[in-house]
Ligand binder design. Sequence first.
Ligand code: CMP
Length: 311
Amino acid sequence: MSDTTEYLARVPLLQTMGARELERLAERTRRVHFRSGADIVEIGAPGRSLYLVLDGLVQVIYPSPSVDFELARLGVGDFFGEMALLNDKPRSATVRALTPVDVLALDKEDFRRVVSDTPGLALELLAALSVRIRNADEQISTLSDQAVRDPLTGLLNRRAFQERLHEEVDRARRYDSRFALVIMDVDHFKGINDTLGHIVGDEVLTWVGRILQEHTRAADSPFRIGGEEFAVLCPASDATMAGHAARRLIAVVGEAKPPTEHDLRVTMSAGYAACPEHGLSFEDVYGTADGALFRAKGLGRNQVGDPAAAT
Ligand code: CMP
């Protein structure tokens, strides 16, 4: 048995093939060496061969203008380059050698022939592809979560807030449902940052984020919508309920002490609005709550502004 056949016999993808079939396959492959850093497969290029990793480590990359995104790392016994050969489309990703790499290359026609002649291999290929699809789904879900989450507090970010507020307004219009919005701002936050530093400032924001998560209903969604600005969307709520929620949150923040070594007291101001009471558009609801917050600040902070007076 040749070295190549012995290697092929250990490749998981080929485990259902018999010795004769493996020998025939070995004759069809050629060994190719790539130096570390070389692109073995380039995204967008036509696909001509499948590669089996004999030695070394490769990285599957989806290149984007800002950063190369790593889809997977593959090592000895793994394969790549199958997709373009199966679907006749350009290469779906770039595969780069992370170390010096030796591969066995199998040309497209030979690969397709062996797949159609060997049901066991086709099944192994499907199993491997389904693992790749599942991993890719998980990566997409992690990335889309990162896109809508504020990394400091773990709360949903401004982008998510705008989307959700638009959705709530649409739902209220379509189904006659109601919701309320509370907007809150940490009082004199710039002073905390300037006198105690950004690390303490960040600790205060994280602490506020935690309070919003712990002291809102399960149905409510807290967001960090700006530097020291937070919002809570309260489905199925009216203005009275939002006023209660805002006063309760302000009281919790005012009575608790942030977990810093400094003798620091933090207060917040809030405004709120409800849909449809204060309007049936994004601008009406957000503008009313923001106006009420502005009034709370003007009246001395550490309080909840009146939305009726703000309109
Ligand atoms: P192909 O599209 O021919 O060329 C790029 C190769 O990268 C692709 O075939 C697969 O072999 C591999 N690849 C693409 N996406 C993934 C992924 N999510 N996980 C593992 N390998 C992948």
